[in-house]
Write a protein that binds this ligand. Structure first.
Ligand code: COA
Length: 369
């Protein structure tokens, strides 16, 4: 038998594949298909970045128009998906509703090309996410509008209000930041499923399952729980107590970024802008700022994107239980790009494990056990 190679737990620092989709760097850099995140945040919009992530290049004007109208068209949901969403018990996690709905789309659709499947999954997720919450509250479903951009439409469906331009702009930046992040746990999951030659619906369903966990996408909901509970003057004590108890502070730390997360740096600026004009905004901003300073002073760990996206979503009037689903609605473009890239030079992921269990046990029949 070939010798086993032992790698660090969690595959930390192990490169298991090549990618040209994005790269995060310990120095605090993030590029999507070669473009720095700061440039895309300043100059681009959601549809353009989604095209870039999926196809690998910036679209020409007509390509972008075509892509945007395909997304718009594919937002229409089969009535059976709405019926399915109504079956969930009211205390269900919206991520469970979404995961099941995406899996169901896979059974309903008969699309030929990979591209049409990708656009359909991503566009439908944007409608399923806000409606997962409505289904659990037994509220009427909301349908997308044709006169709004992708991000505006999502914010409209999430809040039931046509958004102000600046609010939609800030929301769109957060969606762009959530879209892709090289080989994070959910994208790796998607690639593992893709490597078995399973379909994109199944791969995205698996990605959603991985994203739900609090060490990955779930963090942006836990963050809001303590931000809402704390006053600025309580922040340092809270951090001290959490660290003393050996608990992780959600929204801080990252496998790659050890000094700063560039998406968190930009999001903090957007939060400051938003906080000035929203009720309770100034207090929330101050709590975040004090928490960031305290965690850095006591443990030298920087905030990650979730730490600033959570209060932004909150101030935009989005229910906290939709924070992780929103993350999913954007990351789906990254997942689908990983799906395609995995298939380009596919090799089944099938690692090995070191067996540490018992051996050579004597089987005792059930009657005499
Ligand atoms: N709060 C307190 N301490 C933290 C921390 C946090 N959020 N994140 C990391 N640390 C500490 C660890 O306790 C460990 O300390 P030690 O060396 O004294 O034992 C050290 O930093 C290294 O952490 P480790 O968990 O090994 O790093 P990782 O690369 O495996 O973890 C995360 C990355 C994201 C899993 C981790 O930072 C975390 O759990 N963060 C909170 C959840 C979160 O916000 N997730 C969203 C990620 S975008």
């Amino acid at each position: 038998m070939a010798e086993q190679i032992r790698v660090p737990k969690g595959l930390a620092g192990v490169a298991v594949t090549e990618t040209s989709i994005s790269k995060s760097d310990p120095s605090g850099q993030l590029i999507y298909r070669g473009y720095p995140i700061e440039v895309l945040a300043e100059k681009s919009n959601f549809e353009e970045v989604a095209f870039l992530i999926l196809k690998g290049y910036l679209p020409k004007k007509y390509e972008l128009e075509e892509f945007s109208s395909k997304l718009q068209r594919e937002m229409r949901l089969d009535e059976r998906i709405y019926t399915l969403m109504k079956l969930f018990p009211p205390n269900s996690d919206p991520m469970d509703v979404i995961r099941t709905a995406v899996s169901f789309i896979g059974s309903l659709e008969r699309k030929d090309s990979l591209e049409s499947k990708q656009i359909s999954i991503a566009a439908k997720l944007a409608v399923i996410v806000p409606n997962s919450h409505r289904a659990l509250l037994n509220h009427e479903f909301v349908k997308p509008r044709e006169d709004l951009s992708y991000a505006e439409n999502m914010l409209y469906m999430l809040t039931s209000k046509i958004p102000e331009k600046e609010d939609a702009w800030i929301f769109e930046r957060e969606l762009i930041f959530y879209m892709e992040h090289d080989l994070n746990a959910s994208s790796f999951t998607v690639r593992v499923v893709a490597s078995t030659l399973s379909d994109p619906y199944s791969s995205v369903t698996a990605g959603l399952a991985a994203l739900k966990g609090p060490l990955h996408g779930g963090a942006n909901e836990e963050v809001m729980e303590y931000i809402l509970r704390l006053r600025p003057e309580d922040a340092e004590n809270f951090v001290r107590e959490e660290l003393k108890a050996g608990r992780k502070i959600m929204g801080f730390g990252h496998r790659v970024y050890k000094k700063f997360d560039p998406r968190a740096v930009l999001s903090k600026k957007y939060l400051e802008l938003l906080a000035r004009k929203k009720r309770d905004g100034e207090r929330i901003y101050k709590v975040c700022d004090m928490l960031e300073k305290a965690v850095w002073a006591l443990k030298q760990i920087p905030p990650n994107l979730d730490f600033y996206a959570a209060p932004i979503f909150y101030l935009l009037g989005i229910p906290v239980s939709l924070n992780t689903p929103i993350f999913a609605s954007s990351r789906v473009f990254g997942w689908l790009a990983h799906y395609s890239e995995q298939l380009e030079e596919n090799k089944l992921f099938r690692p090995d494990a070191i067996y540490v269990g018992k051996k050579d046990l004597k089987y005792i029949p059930i009657e005499t056990r």
